[in-house]
Design a protein around this ligand. Structure first.
Ligand code: FES
Length: 147
C-alpha cells in the first residue's frame, strides 16, 4: 500500500512540474510571431511613421491635405518647412467620431454633435472642449514624415 501511494504521489508531482515548465515555455515574450510595429503599423515611410508625403508632388498648395487612417496633414503655409504643416488626429475629442476636413472653410467639422476645430486643432465650437491630438512633422529633403 505504501509503495502504491508513493508511485501515485510521484506521478502527480512529475505531472505538476511538467505543467509548470510547459506554461513557462508558452509565456516567453520572444515567441510573439507578430510584434507591434508601433505607430502607423510600419506602413509606407517605415520607421513607424503615421504618414509620409513626397513634397515634390503632394501638398503643394496651401490648404491641400493628405490622410492616412485617422491622421491628416495639411499645408498651412509656404515653403517646405515643418512649421508650414499641421498634422492632426481625425478623431473628435468629444465622443470620438471621425471629423471631416472642410478645405473651403479651412476647418474641421464633426458630423455627430457639431464641434468645429481649426486647422491647428484648436476648438472653434463645442461641445468638444479639448483640442485635436497633434502629431510631429519632420521634413528631410522632399519627404515629409508625420510621427
Ligand atoms: S463626437 Fe464630435 S461633437 Fe460629439
Amino acid at each position: 500500500m505504501e509503495r502504491r501511494r508513493f508511485i501515485t504521489d510521484l506521478g502527480q508531482t512529475t505531472a505538476a512540474i511538467c505543467s509548470i515548465g510547459f506554461l513557462a515555455a508558452c509565456s516567453k515574450s520572444g515567441d510573439n510571431p507578430t510584434p507591434d510595429p508601433g505607430p502607423g503599423g510600419g506602413g509606407p515611410g517605415g520607421g513607424g511613421a503615421r504618414l509620409t508625403a513626397n513634397l515634390s508632388s503632394e501638398l503643394t498648395a496651401i490648404g491641400s491635405s493628405k490622410t492616412s487612417g485617422n491622421v491628416i496633414v495639411i499645408r498651412t503655409g509656404a515653403g517646405n518647412v515643418a512649421s508650414s504643416f499641421s498634422a492632426l488626429s481625425l478623431i473628435c475629442t468629444h465622443e470620438q467620431c471621425t471629423i471631416a476636413y472642410d478645405a473651403a472653410a479651412s476647418d474641421f467639422k464633426c458630423p455627430c454633435h457639431g464641434s468645429e476645430f481649426s486647422v491647428t486643432g484648436s476648438v472653434n465650437q463645442g461641445p468638444a472642449s479639448a483640442p485635436l491630438t497633434k502629431y510631429t512633422v519632420t521634413i528631410n529633403g522632399n519627404t515629409l514624415t508625420v510621427n
